[in-house]
Ligand binder design. Structure first.
Ligand code: ADP
Ligand code: MG
Length: 246
């Protein structure tokens, strides 16, 4: 679904992405892990066409990404950020309707899709009337995921969607997302700096450092066969992280 070929991105003298070559096949769930500033968000932003590489090329379904594809890309890729990114002056229904309305969906179709997703995300239908400030943090993130799924995009990119949640709410949303990824069969890229969360939700883990991918494998590879001393320290820093059986 996504392929990056020698993609580099610099901000001034800082290299956010350094000659990245990586493929994310359709229908796979990958977690991007790494410390702050390692280029994780930049990678997602480039895939969404929100920013452009200085060098190299991005392919979406084997098609080189071009600036004029931006709207098409928004329909094909759902995007969720840490704070949810919901518009505070719109109700949940209003937030969910933004992109579909832009695509001239009928009111009835938007409503039906909103209700379908509320049920999928285990939220009561009354949530649609509420404003983001009237929701709990966990509900807000569920709504953000619903909004990203409105047009049923084949891909979903999530940038630390659970970073701001307390542990129990986070645990529940992790379970919800695990089920969702499993059921929907979408291409998912999840950014997190939580290794157990990555291992729970994704079959492939990519560890980034200074704009490069320094290890690409499953959880057992990272835990048992760290590529270098940094990976070993990164893994060791996650206390009591259970290694899932595979
Ligand atoms: P991560 O998501 O892994 O924390 P980012 O991709 O956000 O890292 O950022 C990678 C590096 O690029 C960081 O050093 C960050 O400060 C820098 N950076 C990201 N976006 C910008 C920007 N718009 N302007 C300047 N520097 C940026
Ligand atoms: Mg980030």
């Amino acid at each position: 679904m996504f392929r990056l070929e020698h993609v580099s991105k610099r901000y001034g003298s800082l290299t956010a992405l350094d000659d990245l070559c990586v493929t994310f096949p359709a229908g796979t769930v990958s977690a991007i892990v790494g410390s702050s500033g390692s280029g994780k968000s930049t990678l997602l932003r480039l895939l969404l066409g929100l920013d452009w590489p200085d060098t190299g090329q991005i392919f979406i379904d084997e098609r080189p990404l071009a600036r004029e594809d931006r709207l098409a890309v928004r329909r094909r890729i759902g995007y969720v950020i840490q704070e949810g990114g919901l518009f505070p002056h719109l109700t949940v229904r209003g937030n969910l309707a933004l992109l579909p309305r832009h695509l001239r969906w009928s009111r009835a179709r938007i409503e039906a899709r909103a209700l379908e997703l509320a049920s999928l995300m285990q939220l009561p239908a009354q949530v649609l009337e509420r404003y983001p400030a009237e929701l709990s943090g966990g509900q807000r993130q569920r709504v953000a995921v619903m909004r990203a799924l409105m047009t049923d995009p084949p891909a979903l990119l999530l940038d630390e969607p659970m970073g701001a949640l307390d542990p129990l709410v986070r645990f529940e949303l992790q379970e919800g997302l695990q089920q969702l990824f499993h059921e929907l069969g979408k291409t998912v890229l999840l950014v997190t700096h939580d290794l157990p969360e990555a291992a729970y939700l994704a079959s492939r883990l990519l560890l980034m450092r200074s704009g490069r991918i320094i290890q690409d494998g499953n959880a057992a590879d990272l835990y048992e066969r760290p590529a270098d001393e940094f990976v070993r320290r990164f893994v060791a820093a996650q206390r009591a992280a259970p290694v899932p059986e595979r």
